[in-house]
Design a protein around this ligand. Structure first.
Ligand SMILES: Nc1ncnc2c1ncn2[C@@H]1O[C@H](COP(=O)(O)OP(=O)(O)OP(=O)(O)O)[C@@H](O)[C@H]1O
Length: 339
């Protein structure tokens, strides 16, 4: 779907992409990186909207340097920023975008109705966009990216500005773009955790360079952390400690010490942060809690911020924990943006 080879983009004061080589196949792929990592720059180059300084890139086998228009016919784009006209309705806007993509009037209207229904905006489709919530505006942007039935869509931070429920709904929609219509997706985010559940494949970039590209299952297996909270009981007045001892005996490892997580942030004293090596860790925790006769308040996978998975030198954060190294510069980011 997408291939880049030693792709670089230099602005006068900053190198946005630095010899980036990628090979992205069909399916849903997440492009993860902190703010300024180079995600939007990469998308603009892939659409043929901005020339690369060096290197090559191809989308659907078409060279971005020479076939920008042909690429944009086959690829949908959802930009990051709000770019919607407030005075027109979703229907008017999406029909207009469909016409701009070359669809005849009747097909444009039909496709618009179908697409707005798909993104859950059918009832409100004749209201002016200016009165829409952020979530509704994001759906309009998604609809205009899909309306010309592209083979691939590039979605730039589609969950930006959404509350947790809105994020989940948007991620569900994105997943269905692929499962229902067979359209491949490249979706960017600065939150690794939210893409883990949506994407088949995750690519992580930082400072314009590739940190990692792997299937989501490979990724989560090496990075999963379970937050476990249990009740106390008459037999075990400190249920958390009792569970910690049982789990230690069967070889389960914990993230950090004294309830501190990978970044040295408190996991709240009564929450155990367990290193999950696979599905069996869930079973071990559940059986241990039951064996002690405690109540399981929660057992959930911790959402990872990009800075929690990678130190600034690109090594996995778990290595930093194992060596008990001081938290990296990423710590400030993790504190500031933890959800
Ligand atoms: N037109 C431009 N002129 C100069 N510098 C730019 C330009 N566009 C992007 N940059 C710089 O290139 C770097 C990468 O920016 P880019 O927008 O691609 O990052 P991003 O990963 O999409 O982050 P964000 O989510 O914050 O947009 C940043 O340092 C940014 O300031």
């Amino acid at each position: 779907m997408i291939a880049t080879e030693s792709l670089s983009k230099r602005f006068p004061r900053v190198t946005a992409l630095d010899r980036l080589s990628l090979d992205i196949g069909p399916g849903v792929t997440g492009l993860v990186g902190s703010n300024g990592a180079g995600k939007s720059t990469l998308i603009k180059i892939l659409l043929g909207l901005s020339p690369a300084t060096e290197g090559r890139a191809a989308v659907l086998g078409l060279d971005v340097a020479t076939s920008g228009a042909a690429i944009r016919e086959r690829v949908g784009y959802m930009p990051e920023h709000d770019c919607l006209p407030p005075d027109v309705s979703a229907t008017e806007f999406v029909v207009h975008m469909a016409r701009m993509s070359g669809l005849p009037p009747t097909a444009a209207r039909e496709r618009t109705a179908d697409t707005l229904r798909h993104v859950g905006l059918y009832e409100e489709r004749y209201r002016p966009i200016g009165g829409y919530s952020t979530g509704m505006k994001q759906r309009v942007k998604l609809a205009q990216a899909l309306v010309h039935d592209p083979q691939l869509v590039l979605l730039d931070e589609p969950t930006n500005g959404l509350d947790p429920v809105g994020r989940d709904e948007m991620l569900g929609l994105i997943r269905r773009v692929h499962t229902d219509f067979g359209i491949s997706v490249l979706v960017t985010s600065h939150l690794l955790g939210e893409l883990e559940r949506t994407c088949d494949h995750v690519v992580v970039i930082d400072g314009g360079t590739l940190l990692r590209s792997s299937s989501t299952s490979d990724f989560t297996q090496t990075t999963a952390t379970l937050a476990v909270e249990v009740t106390d009981s008459d037999t075990h007045p400190d249920g958390t400690d009792a569970l910690r001892q049982v789990l230690t005996r069967v070889g389960v490892k914990f993230i950090g010490q004294d309830g501190l997580d990978a970044q040295g942030l408190p996991g709240a004293g009564h929450i155990l942060l367990v290193e999950a090596t696979g599905d069996e860790t869930y079973d071990i925790v559940r059986d241990s809690v039951a064996g002690l006769g405690l109540g399981l308040v929660r057992m959930e996978q911790r959402r990872h911020h990009i800075a929690e998975v990678f130190r600034t030198d690109g090594a996995p954060a778990s290595a930093a924990v194992a060596q008990n190294a001081p938290a990296s510069a990423g710590r400030r980011t993790a504190e500031g943006e933890r959800s």
